[in-house]
Each structure stands twice: as structure tokens, then as C-alpha cells.
Design a protein around this ligand. Structure first.
Ligand code: DX5
Ligand code: ZN
Length: 218
């Protein structure tokens, strides 16, 4: 088994010092930089969009893991790829033609992910799981950083891991929301292989050290 990928979320960074915070992530053992795009429609909050993503890319030495919390994500996939996304994740709940949207992402030459809100049964991914590189299981309701981790997530990770094994898919499971040192190991052992962490990393006295510790959970 391998250590989990750690994907700090720049939603919790200091937006007035983004370059400084991205350079800190470059120096750390973080694997990906998680970029949360919120449109104020799919989720009740607005974060930032294409120009800020491109600005992060300019300084990032790690892949950008772009999480689209927006309606009609299919309209913006190419633009986010061009802004520097290496992984593009859309929400199941925002995609009536999910199969087509996944194929669109793959044609752009980046990794394809689908995110599930906490109420969406993981079994709904059964018919697309073989095409996915990533399943993002939300462990909070999307829209804000710093929320409390939903305990039911462990069972959802186990169910998803079983579905992936059964289908022969190469998808990895990513967890997003309320991740910290006390749930990271349990998530890893349930089958998660990528952990997003926003507040836990950026409010730490030593974010580089905190990222290294999260990675040690396995
Ligand atoms: C929530 C976002 C998360 C958020 C995680 O809607 O998708 O990526 O930044 O932040 P924490 O780790 O603080 O819960
Ligand atoms: Zn996210």
C-alpha cells in the first residue's frame, strides 16, 4: 500500500498572499493542490474562478486538483483545463448527462473525477465507475471550509472501495471536508487514497509539518 495523496485546499489560504502559500505547498510533501470553485448557485458560497486558478498555476509545482462546485460544469471544462487543471472533478448532482461530461473531461487529457454530496448514494456511480480516475466523497456539505466531518463517510468509503474492486476500475477515492489527524488514518484504512485538507493545514502553526503528518497515517 502507498501513502495517501495529500491535497491541501487553497480555499483556506490567505488570498492576499496566494503566491506565498502556493510556494509553501511546493516546499511541502503535498501531492496535489486542491482548488475549490464555487458559483453561488450549486453551493451557497462564491470562492473564485478562472483567473485565480491560472494565477495559482503560475506558481504551482504540483498538479492542480480542481473541484467544480458549479452548475453546468460542462460549459467550463476546457477553460479550467486551459487555466491549469490536472484533475477535473464535477458533481454528480450537477450533471444530468454525467457519462458525456466524463468523456468530455477525458478528451481534454486530464484526470476525470466525480464528487458526491453526503446524501447521494455511492451506488449511483456503478455505471460510470470504470471510466473514472477519481471519486470524491464529500464528508461535509459543500460550500464552506472548516465544517465538521460527517461520520457516515467511513461506510460510504468502504462501499465505494468495494464497488471499485468489483468493477476493476482504477479510480481512487478522495475525501473532502473536515479532514484532520484524528480521522485521516481511519479514512485511509476504509479505502481513501487522497485526502483534501483546508483549515487543518492552513491554520496549523507549521503547515509543512502538518502535511507531512497527514501523509504518515498509513
Ligand atoms: C468544501 C470544499 C473543501 C474545503 C475543505 O466545500 O470542497 O475542499 O475547502 O476545507 P476543510 O478541510 O477546512 O473542511
Ligand atoms: Zn473541495
Amino acid at each position: 500500500m502507498n501513502a495517501p495523496l495529500i491535497a491541501p485546499s487553497v480555499l483556506a489560504a490567505d488570498f492576499a498572499n496566494l503566491q506565498r502559500d502556493v510556494e509553501m505547498l511546493n516546499r511541502s510533501t503535498a501531492d496535489w493542490i486542491h482548488v475549490d470553485i464555487m458559483d453561488g448557485v450549486f453551493v451557497p458560497n462564491i470562492s473564485f474562478g478562472l483567473p485565480v486558478t491560472a494565477a495559482i498555476k503560475k506558481h504551482a509545482q504540483k498538479p492542480l486538483d480542481v473541484h467544480l462546485m458549479i452548475v453546468h460544469p460542462e460549459r467550463y471544462l476546457e477553460a479550467f483545463r486551459d487555466a491549469g487543471a490536472d484533475v477535473l472533478t464535477v458533481h454528480y448532482e450537477a450533471c444530468p448527462h454525467l457519462h458525456r461530461t466524463i468523456q468530455q473531461i477525458k478528451l481534454l487529457g486530464v484526470k476525470a473525477g466525480v464528487a458526491l454530496n453526503p446524501h447521494t448514494p455511492v451506488s449511483l456511480l456503478q455505471d460510470v465507475i470504470a471510466d473514472l480516475d477519481l471519486v470524491l466523497i464529500m464528508s461535509v456539505n459543500p460550500g464552506f471550509g472548516g465544517q465538521k466531518f460527517i461520520e457516515r463517510t467511513y461506510e460510504r468509503v468502504r462501499q465505494t472501495a468495494a464497488m471499485i474492486a468489483e468493477s476493476g476500475s482504477n479510480a481512487i477515492i478522495e475525501i473532502d471536508g473536515g479532514v484532520n489527524q484524528s480521522n485521516a488514518a481511519l479514512l485511509y484504512h476504509a479505502g481513501a487514497r487522497a485526502l483534501v485538507a483546508g483549515n487543518f493545514v492552513f491554520t496549523a502553526a507549521d503547515p509543512v509539518q502538518t502535511i507531512a503528518e497527514l501523509k504518515k497515517v498509513w
